[in-house]
Design a protein around this ligand. Structure first.
Ligand code: SAH
Length: 259
């Protein structure tokens, strides 16, 4: 499978479920929101008015998403085959449910979809949100960190924000896989780099009386955390070699001038 197919396969396991939606326009806007982010599965639990002209008007080009929306009478039915269900809540009402940030939720959703699990993101009614019984069906809650004094986003906009986070997580994952084709540097290569770095710092007179050990400890920590690959390490060593060359030239010039 190429990366597009992989992405599509993952997206196909993610559904956005709207519970008891009052305004059909919000259903249309939500369809558009998910479609723009590469998703197309919409679940509608007991919508107040659907099908409806307003839904189709606001869906713009995402009519296929509306046409294929799954309508059910309870949330339980809508998520029956899901092994990860996440409830989007404008506020938490003392329900002891793990709460994830949109970013964390996006990562968890994609990981689950990657493993072939069906996943649902569930959104409540415009006026009352999700009921406690509906929240109880969720494995976790996701909250968009809005202003606590005015925390409730429009339903379709909440769908958009979460679909966007999923898209970003998906693109970052693909980029990491595609971009990371160079083998990670081995420990011995990193040690060679650290030795080169330490010598270069001496050559350019970086320490000026400060402790070389402390700075090297900090720099080791930085590069070990970054886990450079072999190509990146070659670039870094190229920079060090040039810095050494320039230091040598500068020294030669000073020596010449003092002769
Ligand atoms: N008045 C309702 C909010 C309804 S908004 C309440 O206070 O619960 C409709 C739906 O949009 C919510 O049920 C939720 O699923 C989603 N939503 C709105 N704001 C959100 C936020 N800040 N974080 C996560 N989801 C949100």
């Amino acid at each position: 499978m190429n990366t597009d197919e992989e992405r599509n396969a993952r997206s196909a396991r993610v559904r956005f479920v709207l519970v008891n939606t009052s305004h059909p326009g919000n259903i249309g806007s939500a369809a558009r929101a998910i479609r723009t982010m590469g998703f197309d599965r919409l679940g509608l639990v007991a919508p107040e008015s659907f099908p409806h002209g307003d839904a189709y008007a606001l869906a713009a080009g995402a009519l296929d998403v509306l046409d294929r929306a799954c309508i059910s009478s309870t949330l339980q039915q809508a998520v029956a085959d899901c092994s990860l269900v996440i409830g989007a809540t404008a506020r938490l009402r003392g329900v002891s449910l793990e709460e994830w940030s949109p970013r964390e939720a996006a990562t968890r959703v994609l990981e689950a979809a990657e493993r072939g699990r069906e996943v649902a993101l569930v959104f409540g009614n415009e006026r009352v949100g999700l009921s406690n019984d509906e929240i109880m069906l969720c494995h976790a809650a996701v909250h968009i960190p809005s202003d606590p004094g005015y925390s409730s986003l429009n339903l379709a906009q909440a769908v958009q924000v979460l679909a966007y986070e999923l898209r970003m997580a998906q693109l970052a994952g693909v980029a990491a896989r595609v971009g990371n084709t160079d083998a990670p540097a081995t420990s011995i290569e990193l040690e060679g780099f650290f030795t080169h770095l330490a010598t270069t710092l001496d050559d350019i007179d970086f320490h000026k009386g400060r402790s070389p050990r402390t700075i090297m400890r900090r720099l080791r920590k930085l590069f070990l955390r970054a886990q450079p690959d072999q190509r990146e390490l070659r670039v870094l060593r190229g920079i060090l070699a040039d810095a050494q060359r320039m230091a040598r030239l500068a020294k030669e010039r000073i020596d010449d001038e003092s002769d």
